[in-house]
Design a protein around this ligand. Structure first.
Ligand SMILES: C[C@H](O)[C@H](O)[C@H]1CNC2=NC(N)=NC(=O)C2=N1
Length: 112
């Protein structure tokens, strides 16, 4: 990922993607959908597990990928369900960094 793509690398301020671009990129991510977070574009997905322990395991896998990128989702855990809301707060909407994180989560967990 180049500095131009990541909002968190020095000199990197990624551009917010268009709704059409977001829709196109979401075709590869069936669990994910476009959302609105306080007027800004976002991506969201809800995953259901057997129990709270499995939900926490998933959240820890997500957290590892997020820390690797220094790019973090909003995470809501309700017993066996985890909802992720992903956007680039510094850019005010969805950027390529958000799709990079979602794909890293998919690769790590098999969930997309
Ligand atoms: C200081 C720290 O690098 C910034 O707050 C990072 C942390 N993680 C982040 N995560 C997301 N999703 N958006 C950001 O703008 C962001 N900024």
């Amino acid at each position: 990922m180049t500095a131009a793509e990541s909002p968190h690398l020095p000199g990197g301020m990624a551009d917010v993607l268009s709704s059409d671009d977001i829709a196109t990129r979401l075709k590869d991510l069936p669990a994910w959908s476009a959302a609105d977070a306080d007027g800004n574009s976002a991506l969201t997905a809800t995953f259901e597990f057997n129990d709270f322990a499995d939900a926490l395991d998933f959240v820890n896998q997500v957290g590892h990928e997020a820390e690797q990128m220094n790019h973090h989702p909003d995470i809501d855990i309700r017993w066996n369900k985890v909802t992720l809301i992903q956007s680039s707060h510094s850019a005010g909407g969805v950027t390529v960094a958000d799709f990079e994180l979602v794909h890293r989560i998919a690769a790590a967990t098999g969930l997309s």
